[in-house]
Structures are given as C-alpha cells and as structure tokens.
Design a protein around this ligand. Structure first.
Ligand SMILES: Cc1cc2nc3c(=O)[nH]c(=O)nc-3n(C[C@H](O)[C@H](O)[C@H](O)COP(=O)(O)OP(=O)(O)OC[C@H]3O[C@@H](n4cnc5c(N)ncnc54)[C@H](O)[C@@H]3O)c2cc1C
Length: 290
C-alpha cells in the first residue's frame, strides 16, 4: 500500500522544525527513522497532512558521555548506541538491549527519539530507560521540559508529548561501581517485538549483599512496569539464585497482563517470572565483576 498524499518539509535546524509544528499543529507529524511511522502511513493507520522530516537536524544527532551521565540526542540511530564503545564501558545494558531491537536494517535507520516517542510497551528502549532512571527532554517553541519515564509514558503508544514538542534528548545517570545489568526477552522469532521482556540492575555492597536493585518488565501493561516489591526484598541480602527465585515467584500476584493472539495472560505471567529471575541472576553475577 502507499500512504495518502502529504506535504513534506525537511528543516535543518530544531527551531525551524518547532516553528513548523506551531504552524501545522495536529495536521503535522515528525518523522525520524520512519521505521514505525512509514508502515503506519502505508497502512493508512496514520494520515498526516504534513510530514516534518527531522533527519537533517544535525544538532539532534550525538552521544555525550561524562563522569556523571550519558546524553543521547533524539536523532541518534539505534546502531550508533549499539556500537558506541564509550556506552558499552559505562552502561553495558544499553549495548546489550540495542542488539535486541528488530534487525540490523531497522537499527541502521531507527532513532532513539522515534522509539521512545512511539512508546510500544514491548519495545526495549522504554524498559531500559526505566531501569536506568533516565529522563527525557522535550522541546517546543515555548521552551524545554524534562520528565522521568514514569511521567512520560502514559499507556499503549501514548506519551505526554504535546503536538508542538520534539523529543530532543535522553539523559542516563552513571551507576555506581559494582553495578551489573541484564536484559532478556521472549520472542517468537529472532528480531520480532518481544512477548515479554525484562531488564534489571543490581548494585552490590562491598560485603556482597545487594545495596540497590531495579527490575522492569515490558509486555505486561501499556507502560514499562517497575517491580519494586521484588527488588525491595533483595536489598541487604546475598543475591543467590534460590533467594532471587523466591522473591520473583510473587510476580504472579503483581502483574495482570492482557491476553492476545500471541499469549494468554497466564503464559505471560510465567514468562515474567522466568525472565525476571534470569535478568536478576545475571545482573547480580555481573555486578561482582564491575
Ligand atoms: C520489522 C520491524 C521490526 C521492529 N522490531 C522492533 C523491536 O524488536 N523493538 C523495538 O523497540 N522496535 C522495533 N521496531 C521499531 C523500530 O525500533 C523503530 O525504529 C522505532 O519504533 C521508531 O523509531 P523511528 O526513528 O523509526 O521513528 P518514526 O517511525 O520516524 O516515528 C515513530 C513515531 O514517533 C514520532 N517521533 C519520531 N521522532 C520523534 C521525536 N524526535 N520527537 C517526537 N516525536 C517523534 C513520530 O511522529 C511517530 O509518531 C521494528 C520495526 C520494524 C519495521
């Protein structure tokens, strides 16, 4: 199928793009990698009258790593994050998780801003950013605002982005020493969107007990789901597999995923427990090495 007719603009500066959004309002749509938007336009699920292609706005394409955090511009491609040695050094979760996004062709075009703005509940980036305590910065002609993932993701494919805003960057704090990460997912075929995915971070104290831990699931609700009930029980304890398993078994009572053509609610719950255990165990083992 082909998309409905639209007008096309290709600004080279952020300010120009924001002016276009002000001018065209709800008739306009931002296009970055086009990997989700263009298929939706081809299927006529999206019919913007005006397409604002931000691919030429070079100021949105960067990765900056400092002692305190990572900042990634909205137009940065998935593969750039995947291949960044600096990111691998300070935040290996991102490196591991980016490899799970679709196929290399998708990752060569898809962008950080597009993936986060699209807000698919089984996408890897929203789950990783929630695990990492990232913030998301949006710009409009009125100024900028920075949101936590909890404030940003509202429900399935829905965020707080206003029609005059562009996602310009994400910021990720650097975790303390002895922090390990892991992400894993269940897919029907390699490269598919996940049925369920889980990501975890575990920070160990010098005595080997858990100082802090985070566990986030995707594919169980409209937004990434943090399971503090599970990780709170790990704090102060030695994270051996038997204890992690004991803590994760309560997940069956904590999540209530919708059934769909791919999986029943019960099957998804089982996957949640299996993958939660797996990522927490791996994150704890990796924390020892860092
Ligand atoms: C075959 C296939 C498999 C895939 N598998 C996966 C997968 O396993 N995991 C996964 O996470 N994704 C997957 N994707 C989606 C892919 O990651 C997309 O790149 C991503 O969802 C959208 O990014 P994009 O840059 O292509 O955005 P676009 O398609 O250009 O835009 C998507 C939406 O975000 C809006 N938008 C884009 N950029 C901005 C911005 N800077 N500010 C505000 N709004 C913006 C657009 O208006 C649109 O509504 C897959 C896609 C395909 C085609």
């Amino acid at each position: 199928m082909k998309p409905a007719v639209f007008d096309y603009h290709s600004p080279v500066e952020l300010e120009e793009a924001l002016d276009l959004l002000d001018e065209f309002g709800y008739d306009a749509k931002i296009m970055s990698g086009g990997q989700s938007l263009i298929p939706m336009m081809n299927m006529r699920l999206a019919r913007p009258q005006v397409l604002i292609d931000i691919n030429n706005i070079a100021e949105l394409d960067y990765i900056r790593v400092t002692d305190t955090g990572i900042q990634i511009g909205g137009l940065t491609r998935h593969f750039q994050v995947e291949e960044s040695k600096e990111i691998e050094r300070v935040c290996p979760l991102l490196t591991e998780g980016m490899k799970l996004i679709g196929h290399s062709q998708i990752r060569s075009r898809g962008t950080i801003g597009g993936s986060v703005a699209h807000a698919d509940p089984t996408a890897e980036l929203p789950v990783m950013l929630t695990t990492l305590g990232a913030t998301i910065t949006l710009a409009s002609s009125e100024g900028v605002r920075t949101l936590t993932t909890d404030e940003f993701f509202l429900t399935y494919l829905t965020t707080t982005i206003e029609m005059n805003e562009i996602l310009v960057s994400i910021d990720i704090p650097i975790s303390p020493a002895r922090t390990g990460y892991a992400i894993d997912e269940f897919t029907l075929r390699k490269g598919d969107f996940a049925i369920v995915l889980a990501a975890a971070s575990v920070t160990l104290s010098e005595d080997g007990t858990v100082e802090a831990a985070t566990l986030c699931l995707g594919g169980v609700d409209g937004v990434p789901v943090l399971l503090n009930e599970v990780t709170d029980e790990l704090v102060g304890k030695v994270p051996d597999p038997a204890y992690i398993a004991e803590c994760c078994n309560q997940i069956a009572d904590l999540v209530d995923p919708e059934p769909d053509i791919h999986a029943t609610s019960e099957y998804r719950k089982d996957l949640c427990i299996t993958y939660a255990k797996r990522v927490l165990e791996r994150a704890a083992a990796r924390a020892v090495l860092r």
